[in-house]
Design a protein around this ligand. Structure first.
Ligand code: GLA
Length: 344
């Protein structure tokens, strides 16, 4: 574990970059600004090391970060229809930051734009953040804890914990954009993907799920057998037309609260292969369809589909969908989850 400065926020707070490295030359660098995964260096099968996540050189880049590169999103990832919800008889209003809806809690004031407290150990770093009752519109005095660790099997593990003194919505995720060729190498349509999900939650043109859980069978959403992303992403299929490509919640198979493999992504020629493991019920596979052209770290230039996200989560808009797994946590119901991005 090493720590160095990652610059100073516009409010004058110094933030840090923590490095975790294993014996195989995999290195993850994370900042306590937003608990963001900034760099992830991974050797390919010939030993060539590339940084496989999109990001910025210093904290100033992350103070803008319109695409949420590397971010931990909290309290609520993804969308809440109408940007409001009712809980225990009270109505709560959130920021309308995605048409009429709420996306990722708050684009400007969310957890990904806060300075988190930190605690280092030899092979992990833990970040904590407090959210006051009513902050961003969500009830409850909440505390979030996110731990990153890296093992010698090349697994980058992200563990989440959250408590609240009132019932509230807890549905965090990590919003890293992966490009397994290297973050500067452009489009991910040449990657192959497998998602172990027999169902998904179709959504309207604003990406709010209708509420039904539908089989992928016979549709371009069937990724149970490996596909080349570019072969399917622009299929003329209403769900793909709505979202300009893949940007949907898949209902991952064999959900029982235990960790299991849900996805595999491969760079061309299998040069790098990433597996995703989680104990959560869903994953938003977002193919970077809306990345605006922008400068990135180390003189990179990013654009549409320069990276893809596998955002492990509970389903979007669950608070309005009684048949979806609940996202309500509070006194006596602590939130805990684990996701692993593993390079094999
Ligand atoms: C999520 C959404 C996308 C997009 C990104 C952020 O993955 O599903 O539609 O808004 O976040 O740019």
């Amino acid at each position: 574990m090493q720590k160095r400065s990652f610059g100073t926020t516009k409010d004058g707070k110094e933030v840090f970059l923590f490095s975790l490295e294993n014996k195989n030359g995999v290195k993850a660098e994370i900042t306590n600004y937003g608990a963001i995964l900034v760099n992830l260096y991974v050797p390919d099968k010939n030993g060539n090391v590339e940084d496989v996540v999109l990001g910025f050189d210093d904290v100033t880049g992350y103070e803008a970060n319109p695409s949420y590169f590397g971010s931990v999103i909290a309290p609520s990832a993804n969308r809440i229809g109408g940007a409001s919800f009712e809980l225990n008889g009270e109505t709560y209003s959130l920021k309308k930051n995605n048409g009429e809806n709420n996306l990722h809690s708050d684009d400007e004031l969310g957890a990904h734009k806060r300075v988190w407290d930190f605690m280092e150990s030899e092979d992990s770093v833990t970040f904590t953040l407090k959210n006051a009752d009513g902050e961003l519109g969500f009830p409850g005095n909440k505390e979030f804890k996110v731990t990153y660790s890296l093992d010698d099997e090349n697994g980058l593990k992200i563990q989440y914990e959250a408590t609240s003194d009132k019932d509230t919505i807890i549905n965090p995720t990590n919003h890293s954009y992966f490009n397994l060729k290297g973050h500067k190498e452009g489009n991910i349509e040449d990657h192959r993907i497998t998602l172990l999900a027999s169902n998904y939650t179709p959504a309207d043109a604003a990406s709010i799920p209708y509420g039904d859980i539908v089989t992928v069978e016979g549709t371009p959403m069937d990724l149970r057998k490996e596909i080349l992303i570019g072969d399917k992403i622009d299929t003329d299929f209403e769900q793909l037309n709505f979202a300009v490509g893949f940007d949907h919640n898949w209902v991952t198979d064999n959900y029982n609260g235990e960790i299991r493999k849900i996805a595999t992504v491969k760079a061309p020629l299998d040069a790098r292969i990433m597996e995703v493991y989680t104990d959560l019920p869903g994953v938003q596979f977002y193919a970077g369809n809306f990345i605006d052209p922008q400068d990135g770290k180390n003189k990179a230039f990013y654009g549409k589909r320069s990276g893809l996200c596998l955002e492990t989560q509970c389903y979007p808009d669950s608070i309005h969908k009684p048949n979806f797994p609940s996202v309500v946590y509070g006194p006596g119901k602590i939130y805990k989850s684990t996701t692993i991005y593993k390079f094999v």
